[in-house]
Each structure stands twice: as structure tokens, then as C-alpha cells.
Design a protein around this ligand. Structure first.
Ligand code: DGL
Length: 281
């Protein structure tokens, strides 16, 4: 009988996001598991998801998952706080394929890191409206004090490369969105949208040293490694894995912006697929 585990373990890990934010998860996957093959889809023609309705987000997520599935992957990561908050741990999407979003991994890390139980959560409007992070935190720590805020301008800023910690626009936006959270003396802040770690320097500077920042994308990557290990699905490959990027808008645009995002670790082909194609899968 064929050893299905061995066969499956050499398949790629599939990762998707509305745009470039999921690359913060890919960067961590490459760091933790350099031999794994990765398929990434960034729906940059339709970013942002976070300002859209629940129905639209679910429909986009379904298309994204189907596209990733068409590459015969061994695991799927919704590296998007918005999709993770709206779709939860939904098995309907992924079927039998192991699946994770970013909410549970980020919340587990935040609950392990907090001493005071005062936890800040930032994300897109849809994420904060869903209350998904808050509910997940309360499942682990009932007495937690949770202060959330949506940071609507962060995603467009990041997608347009406005990220430098000394940029006056960045400083002002960070102060505007984070002041209500800082004023509540949190000791942990969940960056509940995978785009936000790109603004990490500015956020860290504003929040100060006593506040631990949790990157939802990086935590999802660590969680993925544990899920694959427990299912005996880690690759046995000894050489470096490949990363294949797909985007719903110009591949040149993706490449230019993505490189400033994860720098040299962005190695691999970038292919454009049309929205039309995506909605037919
Ligand atoms: N990276 C997505 C998230 O984590 C960006 C949201 C958006 O597209 O608005 O929520």
C-alpha cells in the first residue's frame, strides 16, 4: 500500500491573503521551515477585504481557498485576520485539508505573554466588528480586559509602501489609532491584521517597551509547523523549498511591493491570475 503520509508531506503549504499582508506569515514559514514548498495567493486586485460585508468576505475567501486547493496542497493558511475572523475555523472551506487562520494562534500567544490580562487588539473594521479575537481570548482567559480598535488606514498605507517609523503620516496614524489602547495600559497588543507587522517599528515605538507585540501572521506560521509535525507532514526535503506567488493584479506590481515587504526572502515566480478565472474555479 502506498504511504500516503510520505506522499502528502512533500506537497506545498498553501497561504492566502487579500494582499501583501500574508507575506508576514510566509516570511516566518521560510524562517522556520526552509525546506517547505509554499504557494501564496494575494488578492491585490480586491484588497482591502476588511471594509466589506461579511457575505462578500466569505465569497472571496471561498474563491481564494478553492484556488489554493487546486494546487493540491497539504495545509491551508488563511493568513488574513479578516477572513480568519469571519470564517472562523470553518471546516467547510478546506474540507479534509488541515486548515488554520490567524486568530487562534495569535490569541494563544497573547494569553501566554500577558501578565496583567489587559490585552489590546487591532485589526480591520470587519475583524473588530466580528469580536472574534475577544471571544477567543475569553475562552482562554475569562478575566481578560480587551481593548480593540480598527485601524482602517493601515492596510492602504502598507499596500502603498507608507511604512517608515519616522514618516509623519505613519506617526500620526499610529498615535490616532493606538492612543485609546495605550491609555488603557495593556501589556500585550495583538496585531490582528497580517499587514500590521510591517508597521511594527512605528507601533513598537509608540506603545513603548513594556508592551509585547504579537504578529498574527508569524504566530500562524508557528502553529502550522506544530500542526504539520503532529500529523507527520513535515517535508523530508534537504534542499531549500520553492515559493510560487500568485496575484490577481499585475505581477510586476506585486513583485515591486512585496520585495519591500519581505526583502530578499521573496524568491520565486510571480504569476498573475484573473478574477474571472478565480471565480470559475
Ligand atoms: N491582511 C488582511 C487582514 O489580516 C488585510 C485586510 C484587508 O484586506 O482589509 O485582515
Amino acid at each position: 500500500m502506498a504511504d500516503l503520509t510520505a506522499e502528502n508531506s512533500e506537497k506545498a503549504i498553501g497561504v492566502f491573503d487579500s494582499g501583501l499582508g500574508g507575506l508576514t506569515c510566509v516570511a516566518e514559514l521560510i524562517k522556520l521551515m526552509p525546506s517547505e514548498n509554499i504557494i501564496y495567493f494575494g488578492d491585490i486586485a480586491r484588497v482591502p477585504y476588511g471594509t466589506r460585508s461579511r457575505e462578500t468576505i466569505l465569497e472571496y475567501a471561498r474563491q481564494d481557498v478553492n484556488f489554493i486547493k487546486s494546487h493540491d496542497v497539504k495545509m491551508i493558511i488563511a493568513a488574513c485576520g479578516t477572513v480568519s475572523s469571519i470564517a472562523g475555523t470553518s471546516k467547510d472551506f478546506a474540507g479534509d485539508i488541515p486548515f488554520t487562520g490567524v486568530v487562534i494562534p495569535a490569541v494563544q500567544a497573547a494569553c501566554a505573554a500577558t501578565k496583567s490580562g489587559r490585552i489590546g487588539v487591532i485589526g480591520t473594521s470587519a475583524t473588530i466588528r466580528s469580536g472574534a479575537y475577544g471571544k477567543a481570548i475569553r475562552n482562554i482567559r475569562q478575566d481578560a480586559v480587551i481593548i480593540g480598535n480598527s485601524c482602517t488606514m493601515f492596510v492602504p498605507m502598507v499596500e502603498n509602501g507608507i511604512t517608515a517609523a519616522d514618516d509623519i503620516v505613519v506617526k500620526e496614524m499610529v498615535r490616532r489609532y493606538l492612543k485609546p489602547i495605550k491609555d488603557e495600559n495593556v501589556d500585550v497588543l495583538i496585531l490582528g491584521c497580517t499587514h500590521y507587522p510591517i508597521l511594527r517599528d512605528a507601533i513598537a515605538e509608540y506603545m513603548g517597551e513594556g508592551v509585547t507585540l504579537i504578529s498574527s501572521g508569524a504566530e500562524a506560521a508557528k502553529h502550522t509547523m506544530n500542526m504539520l509535525a503532529s500529523r507527520n507532514l513535515l517535508s523530508d526535503r534537504t534542499e531549500a523549498g520553492t515559493v510560487s506567488y500568485y496575484t490577481s493584479d499585475s505581477s510586476e506590481l506585486f513583485e515591486a511591493n512585496a520585495r519591500s515587504f519581505i526583502g530578499d526572502s521573496l524568491k520565486g515566480s510571480v504569476t498573475q491570475i484573473s478574477i474571472d478565472e478565480l471565480s470559475r474555479i
